[in-house]
Design a protein around this ligand. Structure first.
Ligand code: XIL
Length: 377
């Protein structure tokens, strides 16, 4: 077993009550707020540390709001800035929840990401009606312009287009046959970026996708397609500034992280793009054991393994988990993510249901420190 593994797995007997079982702390600080927070360790490594949040959770749970404000330098809305949330009707824009998040971020001196202006899973029903579908291009441009103008000045980066690549759909360039692709036009990605840039010239415009993390053929293919896409955009002079790697990773998944991911990062860097890890979490449905400390140890190891490769490239500027506590992980929302363990809530995130740090928290913090040490050596 290598040293890195030992650090995470550790010896349960050494644990003190405030530390998660199984973690060797050595000289590590047990303080998890202030200088001990994820955001403080991330800053040393020239990273923004952040989380997705649901605004009603921030409002109804002050302990949660405090945790987010203490750990994060950047936040993003789970759903509140998607089409379905912002556009209940063709005529109306509902900015209520998005504006509350802007207020929360300002009050706590955090940055904010915008998510997302075009995603196949957030298409309001009304736009599918014949009359509107015919005008999809105009509605698309109008939506992006209005939304980007509205939030301009508050957005660090927009996920302009989310999950546009699905090679099995058989389209040129591996494009997904989404509502936007089929109704706005096959150039909808360029159009979205150009429109967003005119409406908010300061926001960093990001293409965000999943399924690019692992050393397997499917992920390798998506990496290639994304690279072709963003390279083409650069050549055409389309304003794109960053690529998001969603980072929904899994415990017990074969393949692991390595050269494929490292080369992908290097190619993005060579194109002059920044990279954000936008939705990090570890789906642990495949872990057979019900023992919490065994599960938490394995989950932390997956965080460490992934971040070791992902943070190896200086183009990576931000790490956001998809929420920060197991209490609010989307992985418990539906049966699709709990096929193997339908009765077992997922422990996918750095804090548990009661907002206590788990081994994954320390693995993240150590991974930030390792990048910092590499830089300063
Ligand atoms: C998820 C939200 O977390 C859930 O609350 C919602 O029910 C579905 O969407 N990739 C993305 C995110 O880009 O927008 C998704 O968020 C998770 C997968």
């Amino acid at each position: 077993m290598d040293r890195r593994k030992l650090m995470i797995q550790g010896v349960a007997a050494l644990a003190v009550p405030s530390l998660p079982k199984g973690y060797v702390f050595g000289e590590k600080s047990l303080e998890i707020s202030g200088a001990g927070s994820l955001r403080s360790h991330a800053r040393h490594a020239h990273l923004l540390s952040g989380s997705a949040v649901r605004v009603d959770d921030l409002q109804s749970n002050s302990e949660y709001a405090r945790l987010v404000s203490e750990q994060c330098d950047i936040v993003v809305a789970h759903n509140e800035m998607k089409w379905v949330a912002l556009r209940p009707k063709r005529e109306t824009f509902d900015f209520h929840w998005g504006d509350l998040l802007v207020q929360f971020a300002r009050k706590n001196k955090m940055r904010m990401r915008g998510h997302t202006l075009a995603w196949h899973e957030s298409v309001p029903e009304w736009i599918r009606e014949d009359e509107n579908r015919k005008n999809a291009r105009e509605l698309f441009v109008n939506h992006i312009t209005t939304v980007c103008r509205h939030f301009a000045g508050h957005i660090h980066s927009w996920d302009v287009v989310n999950e546009a690549i699905l090679p099995k759909d058989g389209e040129p360039g591996g494009m997904r046959k989404s509502f936007w692709y089929e109704n706005v036009g096959t150039d909808y990605i360029d159009l979205a970026f150009r429109t967003a840039h005119s409406a908010d010239p300061k926001a960093k415009l990001t293409y965000n996708d999943y399924g690019v993390e692992y050393e397997n053929a499917e992920d390798a293919e998506r990496r290639e397609r994304v690279l072709e896409l963003v390279q083409g955009m650069r050549q055409r002079g389309v304003p794109i500034h960053a690529v998001g790697i969603q980072s929904h990773i899994k415990a017990e998944k074969a393949g692991g992280f390595g050269k494929g991911l490292a080369d992908y990062l290097a190619s993005l860097q060579a194109l002059g793009l920044e990279v954000y890890l936008t939705e990090l979490d570890v789906n642990e449905d495949d872990i057979a054991s019900n023992d919490v400390s065994i599960r938490d140890t394995e989950i932390a190891q997956v965080y460490a393994d992934f971040l070791r490769v992902a943070l190896g490239n200086p183009a990576v500027k931000a790490v956001l988990t998809w929420d920060i506590t197991d209490r609010f992980t989307w992985l418990n929302n539906g049966p699709t993510h709990k096929k193997k363990q339908p009765e077992r809530p997922q422990r996918a995130l750095p804090f548990d249901r009661d907002f206590k740090p788990k081994q994954a928290f320390f693995a993240m913090r150590d991974s930030f420190d390792a990048r910092h040490q590499k830089k300063t050596r």
